[in-house]
Design a protein around this ligand. Structure first.
Ligand code: SF4
Length: 349
């Protein structure tokens, strides 16, 4: 049995619908240690948000069929009662949402909402909870926190609201934080500040972070490990260094090609992935990426269309798993992809 702080094993989240079964997450496994960050990357509909919402127990009360294991410090969260999970949510496991304006109630002050998040898990007076809210606002860099604590969400800038969301997420010192696109709506400078803040807080509290994003640039900045998802499944998994320097799956190549500054060259080509993510109701046969993959003709026979590749170690070995039939992906990446997206890096890597 895994001894990791968080160990997700063969997690499946399926939704029965009138049209059939939607397999939003279909057999996901990963480990995460305290003080480390896992980036889960993929386009919308890849299953990344559903998987992390399930870790928080947000599927409860819905029609979702969930199986597998979510072991947090050895306890399987899927076996807890609703009340036990409610006790843990916000305290042991917390979420930082991507859109603070809709995640915060417009009619209550920022301080009130942060203080309430504290009072749910601590038997303290309103005054003590407000003092704790001021403390957290100060910790996340809100100027004049004792005054701004009484502001309403619309009185905060986008960056300040995101900081306030982080304050709310961390007020109970959770050991696991799920940050869902925490910087997507922010400009580049504020984005960098928020990522720095998250990293500082992580170092201070040894928090494990799951960072959900569509942006491999953010992953490069923040994460230790990365898990690339497509159509509800992991398609590539390993350390950030390994995945960014030796990606072995054409979908990951596509995501990398969409990162504007991978080479630091503003004139480098930006190559969007052709086509759209598949329907999870009726995903393509074989490798779900095959209708969009420009490398499938390099695989013998009709394998890409007919056979789902297993998630297995690639030719470089180590803890680097890929779900692809290509036998020499590193060679193809260096010869065909890297010169297109990062010509300056070709010699370096
Ligand atoms: Fe492309 Fe085939 Fe690899 Fe899928 S298995 S990513 S279709 S080469």
């Amino acid at each position: 049995m895994s001894t990791s702080f968080l160990s997700v094993n063969d997690l499946k989240v399926h939704f029965p619908t009138e049209d059939g079964l939607v397999k939003a997450t279909d057999g996901l496994s990963f480990d995460l240690e305290r003080g480390e960050t896992l980036g889960i990357v993929g386009e919308s509909g890849s299953g990344k948000s559903v998987s992390s919402s399930t870790i928080l127990g947000l599927h409860r009360g819905s029609k979702a069929r969930v199986s597998g294991e979510i072991l947090l410090d050895g306890v399987d969260l899927l076996t807890l009662s609703d009340e036990e999970m409610r006790q843990r949510r916000g305290k042991d496991v917390a979420m930082i949402f991507q859109d603070p304006l809709s995640a915060m109630h417009p009619y209550y002050t920022v301080g009130n909402q942060i203080a309430e998040a504290y009072r749910v898990h601590h038997d303290v007076s309103k005054k003590a909870a407000k003092a704790r809210a001021v403390e957290m606002l100060e910790r996340v860099g809100i100027p004049q926190p004792d005054r701004r604590v009484d502001d309403y969400p619309h009185q905060f800038s986008g960056g300040m609201r995101q900081r306030a969301m982080i304050a709310m997420g961390l007020i109970n010192d959770p050991s696991l934080v799920i940050a869902d696109e925490p910087t997507t709506a922010l400009d580049v400078t504020v984005q960098a500040q928020i990522l720095d803040l998250l990293q500082d807080l992580q170092t201070e509290f040894q928090t494990a972070i799951i960072l959900i994003t569509h942006d491999l640039g953010v992953v490069a900045e923040m994460a230790d490990d990365v898990l690339v998802m497509y159509a509800g499944r992991a398609v590539e998994y390993g350390t950030v260094k390994e995945i960014l320097t030796h990606p072995e799956m054409p979908y990951t190549w596509g995501l990398l090609s969409s990162v504007p500054d991978v080479s630091g060259d503003p004139d480098a080509a930006l190559l969007p992935i052709p086509g759209n993510p598949p329907s999870l109701l009726n995903p393509p046969s074989g490798c779900a990426f095959h209708p969009r993959c420009t490398h499938r003709d390099k695989v013998a026979g009709d394998l890409c269309r007919t056979q789902l590749p297993d998630l297995v170690p690639g030719p470089r070995g180590g803890v680097h798993l890929k779900r692809c039939h290509l036998s020499d992906p590193d060679v193809i990446y260096r010869a065909e992809i890297l010169p297109e997206i990062a010509p300056d890096l070709v010699e370096e890597l």
